[in-house]
Design a protein around this ligand. Structure first.
Ligand SMILES: Cc1cc2c(cc1C)N(C[C@H](O)[C@H](O)[C@H](O)COP(=O)(O)O)c1[nH]c(=O)[nH]c(=O)c1N2
Length: 248
């Protein structure tokens, strides 16, 4: 092992303020669609956010991601048209009241945000045999999602809003952005300064779906296995506190 590989983090303890700050970012991150301001993002801020994304974990240290920064109004117009087509198709998949609620939702900020970012996964980046991906081939896609989450949290820490738009046909997105076959567009993101962040997910406040009780989702040793009652109480308490904004 080289000296550098053996090196350990000098000051590896986090202050209480750091700990709370991280939870604050995690719990106050929102998917933003409608509150974008047009102000450009300074390069140094964008660079920090992209570095955070690039420090995500990845299978076999594959780093399969790339970031296409979409600034061109023409390209964004094409993306918006692809969204409008897919969104109309999506609306028809819901029945009755759900369909009218769906149609009332704002589900993208493609043109209002100053920049869009497509995070891609190059499935060939580290050759055909990748450490850790040998038996579950989708691990490179999951790694790319880790980069997306890092990017999302770093954006929130910088006071920027981010919205993920997935209501677009994948072939249309690939064609517009010129992606080769082996590159998957994992996430199409809208990024920018915002007028405000909502306290709760918009889908929750608009009555689409509620946050599930965490204690119902944690079991022991097997799928829907037994519950640890004490842990269940702790989970409910922690979730209630988070909902009241107490950690934040
Ligand atoms: C993979 C994926 C894909 C999408 C999303 C998220 C993720 C993870 N979300 C955002 C989603 O609606 C949102 O995360 C949840 O409603 C929870 O809200 P907060 O993110 O906590 O604000 C999302 N939102 C939207 O308005 N249009 C979209 O196409 C999508 N697509």
């Amino acid at each position: 092992m080289t000296d550098q590989a053996a090196a350990i983090q000098g000051d590896d303890s986090l202050s209480e303020a750091d700990r709370l700050g991280l939870y604050r970012v995690l719990l106050s991150r929102r998917d933003v669609r409608g509150q974008f301001l047009p102000d450009p993002i300074p390069d140094e801020v964008l660079a920090r956010i992209l570095v955070a994304a690039h420090h995500a974990p990845s299978v076999g240290f594959m780093q399969p991601w790339s970031f296409i920064l979409v600034r061109s109004p023409e390209v964004r117009e094409r993306i918006k048209n692809a969204f409008a087509k897919a969104n109309d198709e999506a609306a028809r998949m819901f029945e009755g009241e759900a369909q009218s609620t769906y149609r009332s939702l704002k589900l993208e900020g493609i043109l209002e945000s100053p920049i869009n970012i497509c995070v891609t996964c190059d499935r060939d980046r580290a050759g055909p045999v990748v450490l850790g991906r040998t038996h579950i081939p989708t691990m490179d896609l999951y790694s790319t999602v880790c980069a997306v989450e890092n990017l999302w949290l770093a954006a929130r820490a910088e006071g920027l809003g981010l919205g993920w738009v997935s209501i677009i046909s994948e072939p249309a997105l690939k064609e517009i952005l010129g992606l080769p076959d082996h590159v998957v567009p994992v996430a199409y993101l809208c990024l920018g300064r915002v007028s405000h962040f909502f306290a709760q997910p918009e889908l929750e406040t608009k009555g689409w779906r509620k946050r599930l009780p965490l204690a119902d989702l944690v079991s022991l040793d097997r799928w829907e296995g037994p519950r640890d009652e004490d842990l269940g109480k702790a989970l409910t308490e922690a979730q209630d506190k988070a909902e009241r904004g107490e950690i934040v």
